[in-house]
Every structure is written in structure tokens, then in C-alpha cells.
Design a protein around this ligand. Structure first.
Ligand code: HEM
Length: 531
């Protein structure tokens, strides 16, 4: 009971104690009968990987906090690199070693290529109609193909280079103005606004956010609220009979926050349709933009069988939603973690600045083409992705079919967590795992691109992060540009507090506030012209 009560207290606002205790009483009273009546597992999970013995109906939920990645890290020390547990009535497995990750995500990839869908995910993905949460199948394939061939192809990526440069240089210029009045800035907010503009250009060829206005900050907070709710364990998902009650109110809260974003997506689509109609009327089709909205709205195929002749409004809005959420928050949070680690480690900071001064000099801003000449920066970024993977449990997968892994049976529709956060902290995987030591990557071929199973911040295989080239590039570019153009002073309590805020992704708990001081020739900041 002590464990149950501690779970109640860690569940915070989202949890209704009364409903929880009612569920416990009901579960103890009806140990055998209720799981069958409630549509849960009616047969025992035979030959399951080792794991904790759970409570009736609640499974291991009372023993967990809402920081699953930490709990799973500790449980892996007891039960090993592949363990099983029941989350409410749902079976789950947790993968915690590179070898086991290779088995699940590579050797048995076909079995593990769908996602676990929750009630809150249904809200933000228009009932799992978009790319991140679509089950593995024709719709997912069509959407992924479009992103890879049309919008995130190497050619398109290079075409967007001037835009990325203009966004980053715009931020540097604005920070220079603030530096004159010794103003403290929130680094993640600036990175977020620039990324949100990159995404809005990618989606609809417009800058929708402005650094000097509060909308960017509001949007960031709204996305974070959603990400937090998406990552909060929800009893409605795990004990199906509770679904209509929404006992933690998570679905209601998500719908409320998401409602404003939904209206924003509707407006973007309506504007584009009106622009296209006008262009058609004036017979000027060549002015049409080839951005994500255009590609999705003009999509046509012969695939009647799967209802994919055209993309429905839900699919188009789902794609907008996922691009904005996936493309902004993860990258800006990684920049914040990176800046924090560098500023806390003066030796690392000094070596990086020396490298930047040598390669870039002090009479211009850094540009993307400098990155290949900055090996220490590259090692730093790998170390940031190792210790602070944006999505600590990747985005939970789900088995398509029952299968066998390492001699154990894994049931159909099992929740699959791969604890990349835990692997980064495991001394069996990394020497001195908790130390921020970029030197470990100097002369090493280990990279974040999904081939090395000890370093998987972007996941791997067919469901790996489709936006990784953009996220990867922007983390390098931002960190180097900010540290090349400014010295930074942060209150020690802000730098020393490396606690996490947890959702589907993780953020630094205490925002990194820092005061920039210009370190380049004044003319460099003056001559920037927005493109
Ligand atoms: C530092 C930045 C980023 C990190 C750490 C990150 C991380 C991840 C992870 C762990 C996954 C799941 C991979 C798996 O299941 O194997 C994922 C999927 C995905 N990411 Fe990212 N991501 C980042 C940036 C981006 C950006 C910039 C975009 C958009 C342009 C994006 C779009 C997506 C999409 C669409 C998926 C789903 C792919 C699918 O299911 O087929 N991500 N990301």
C-alpha cells in the first residue's frame, strides 16, 4: 500500500485518488474474474521475459512513477536487458542493451514496426492518421515516401540551407542587440522560435513566428503541455474499462490545448486552398509553392483499396501537427542540454571556442559548411545526444504479431520500450557513463545515424526519425553559432541543476538562462541582412 500511495502522490494533478482507490479495491476483490470481463488478457503470458510480479489488474503501475525511463533503468539492473511487465492490463517489454535493441529493432524489425497508440495520441494525430503514429502499412508508407523523396531529400535539404542560415543569423543579430543591455535570455526559447519558423517554411513557405513577440513562447509552452500529457501514463489506456471515465482528465486536457492548434491548422489549409483557387482563376499555376501543404493537398494515387486516392483533411492536419511538434521541441531541447553541458564544463567550452576561432575566425558568423571542419564540435554533439536523448524511450513501438525474442515469447500488440536514456547511463555500455566527455568520440566511428545500437537518439530502421538530418544539422549549427558569436554567463544554480521535465520527450527542468556578451568584431553583427 505504501507503494500505491507514493504512486498517487507522484501522479500529481492528473490523477484522481478516488478513482484510483476504487480501481484498487475492485481489483483485489475480483482478482480472477475482472481481467476477463474487462477485455484484458484472458490467458497467462507464457514464457515471458523475466520481470516484476505486478498487482492484479494494475500490474506494475503502483510501483512506477511517471518517469518510466528512470524506473525501467533501475528495473533492468534486477531483471536484465529484456524484461517484461504488465502496465494495467497491457503487456509490455523493456529493452535496455545494445544487443537486445539490435535483435528487436533490426533482426525482428518487421514484428516491431508499429506504434503504441494512446488516448492522448489519438487527439493530436487525428486518430493515428498521420506518419508518426500510423500503423505500419500503406498509409504510413505513402506519407514516409513523400517526406523522404520530396521534402527531406538531400536536394530539398540543400535548397533550404539559405533559410536555415537566415534563421540562425537572425537570432545572433537579435541576441547582439540584447547583449548591449546585459539582458538574460532563455536559450531554448530562441532556438525554438527559429526552428518553428524553419518548420513553418517547410510546411507553408511562411515565417509564422517572431522572436520579439510572445507568440513563439506561447506556442512552445503549448507544445510542451501536449508533450507532457502524451508522456503521462494514462489509466484509460491501460485499464480499458476506465476509458469512458478519463479518470486523470488527460484526454479532456489534451483536447482543450490541441483545439487551438487544430484551428490554426484549419486556417493554414483554408488560406492555401483560397490562394490556389485565386491562382487558378488568374491562370498562374507556376507561382504555386512546392511545400508540404502543396504536396499533400495535390496528392493523387490509384490506391482505392486503402482509401488513399487523395489525402483526407485529417491526414493533412495530422502531418502539420506532427511536423510542428516533432520538428521543434526535440531539437530546441537538445540545444539547451548541449549549451548547459558545455557551459558547465569549462575545459570543453575552451577547446570548442579555440576550434571555432581557428576554423571560422572572428570576422564572420559561422555557416553550415564549417561543420565538417569542426571535429570537436561533432564529438560534443554526439555526447549531448548520448546523455540527453530527446526521446528517452524512443517513441514506444508495438508488436504487429506474436513473436520470439532471445527465446522468450512476446505477445501480439505488446508495448515495446527501448530505453536509450538508460543505455547511456549503463557502465556495461559506456565507460564513466555519467561524465560529459566528448573525447570518447574522438577517433571513434560510433555515430547517431541508427547503425550503432549503443547510440540511438533518432531510433533506427524503417520507423527511425525521418527528420534526423534536419535535427542533427540544427543542433550542430546552433551550438556552434551561439558559442562562436558570444560569451555566456549563467547563474551557477541554473547550470548546476540538470534535473529533467518529463513527457514523451525530456526537457531541462530549470530553463537555461544566460547573458550573452559579443565576442566578434562589431561589424559582423551589423552587416547581417535577413534574406
Ligand atoms: C534532435 C531532434 C530529434 C530527435 C532527438 C528525434 C527523435 C526521434 C525518435 C527517437 C523517433 C522514433 C524513432 C524510432 O521509432 O525508431 C522519431 C521519429 C520521428 N521524427 Fe524525429 N527527432 C528529432 C527531430 C525531428 C525533426 C526535425 C522532424 C521533422 C522534420 C522529425 C520528425 C519525425 C517523424 C515524422 C518521426 C516518425 C517516423 C516514422 O514513424 O516513420 N524529428 N524522432
Amino acid at each position: 500500500m505504501a507503494l500505491l500511495l507514493s504512486y498517487i502522490s507522484t501522479s500529481g494533478d492528473y490523477f484522481s485518488t478516488t478513482v484510483f482507490l476504487a480501481a484498487v479495491t475492485m481489483s483485489v476483490a475480483s482478482y480472477f474474474l475482472i481481467p476477463i470481463l474487462l477485455g484484458g488478457r484472458s490467458e497467462n503470458w507464457k514464457n515471458a521475459p523475466p520481470g516484476p510480479v505486478g498487482w492484479p489488474i494494475l500490474g506494475s503501475l503502483p510501483n512506477l512513477s511517471n518517469r518510466f525511463h528512470e524506473d525501467f533503468f533501475h528495473l533492468a539492473k534486477i531483471y536484465g536487458p529484456l524484461f517484461s511487465l504488465n502496465l494495467g492490463l497491457k503487456p509490455a517489454i523493456v529493452v535496455s542493451s545494445p544487443e537486445m535493441a539490435a535483435q528487436v529493432l533490426k533482426e525482428k524489425e518487421g514484428m516491431f514496426s508499429s506504434r503504441t497508440i494512446t488516448e492522448t495520441i489519438r487527439v493530436i494525430s487525428y486518430d493515428a492518421h498521420s506518419i508518426i503514429f500510423s500503423p505500419y502499412g500503406p498509409r504510413w508508407k505513402a506519407l514516409r515516401r513523400i517526406l523522404i523523396t520530396e521534402l527531406l531529400s538531400p536536394k530539398a535539404f540543400e535548397q533550404f540551407e539559405p533559410l536555415r542560415t537566415s534563421q540562425v543569423h537572425g537570432v545572433l543579430k537579435y541576441l547582439h542587440v540584447l547583449s548591449k543591455s546585459n539582458t538574460q535570455v532563455n536559450i531554448a526559447e530562441y532556438a525554438f522560435t527559429a526552428l518553428a519558423n524553419l518548420m513553418s517554411n517547410f510546411v507553408c513557405s511562411k515565417n509564422l513566428f517572431d522572436n520579439s513577440k510572445p507568440e513563439g513562447r506561447m506556442m512552445k509552452e503549448r507544445f510542451w503541455e501536449l508533450i507532457k500529457m502524451l508522456g503521462t501514463p494514462n489509466f484509460s489506456d491501460l485499464i480499458p474499462i476506465l476509458k469512458p471515465l478519463d479518470p486523470q482528465g488527460l484526454k479532456r486536457k489534451t483536447s482543450k490545448v490541441f483545439g487551438q492548434l487544430d484551428a490554426f491548422y484549419d486556417k493554414l489549409i483554408a488560406e492555401r486552398i483560397a490562394e490556389n483557387e485565386k491562382a487558378q482563376l488568374h491562370d498562374t499555376p507556376c507561382n504555386r509553392k512546392r511545400d508540404m501543404l502543396e504536396v499533400l493537398l495535390s496528392y493523387e494515387s490509384n490506391d482505392k483499396e486503402h482509401g488513399l486516392e487523395k489525402f483526407s483533411r485529417s491526414i493533412v492536419k495530422g502531418m502539420l501537427s506532427e511536423m510542428f511538434i516533432a520538428g521543434t521541441e526535440t531539437t530546441s531541447s537538445t540545444v539547451e542540454w548541449g549549451m548547459s553541458e558545455i557551459l558547465r564544463n569549462p575545459e570543453v567550452h575552451k577547446k570548442l571556442v579555440q576550434e571555432l576561432d581557428q576554423v571560422v575566425g572572428k570576422d564572420r558568423f559561422m555557416v553550415e559548411s564549417d561543420i565538417p571542419n569542426l571535429p570537436y564540435l561533432q564529438a560534443i554533439v554526439k555526447e549531448v545526444f548520448r546523455l540527453h536523448p530527446g526521446v528517452p524511450l524512443i517513441i514506444p513501438r508495438r508488436t504487429n504479431e506474436a513473436c520470439e525474442v532471445a527465446g522468450y515469447q512476446i505477445p501480439k500488440h505488446c508495448i515495446v520500450y527501448v530505453n536509450v536514456w538508460g543505455m547511456a547511463r549503463d557502465p556495461k555500455v559506456w565507460e564513466d557513463p555519467l561524465e560529459f566527455k566528448p573525447e570518447r568520440f574522438i577517433g571513434s566511428k560510433v555515430d547517431v545515424k541508427g547503425q550503432d545500437f549503443n547510440l540511438l537518439p533518432f531510433g533506427t530502421g524503417r520507423r527511425s526519425c525521418v527528420g534526423w538530418p534536419l535535427g542533427h544539422r540544427m543542433v550542430h549549427y546552433y551550438l556552434a553559432a551561439l558559442l562562436h558569436a558570444f560569451e555566456w554567463e549563467s547563474p551557477p544554480e541554473v547550470l548546476n541543476d540538470m534535473g529533467e521535465r518529463v513527457g514523451l520527450s525530456i526537457q531541462k527542468g530549470m530553463s537555461l538562462l544566460s547573458t550573452p556578451k559579443a565576442r566578434l568584431m562589431a561589424s559582423v553583427y551589423e552587416c547581417y541582412m535577413p534574406s
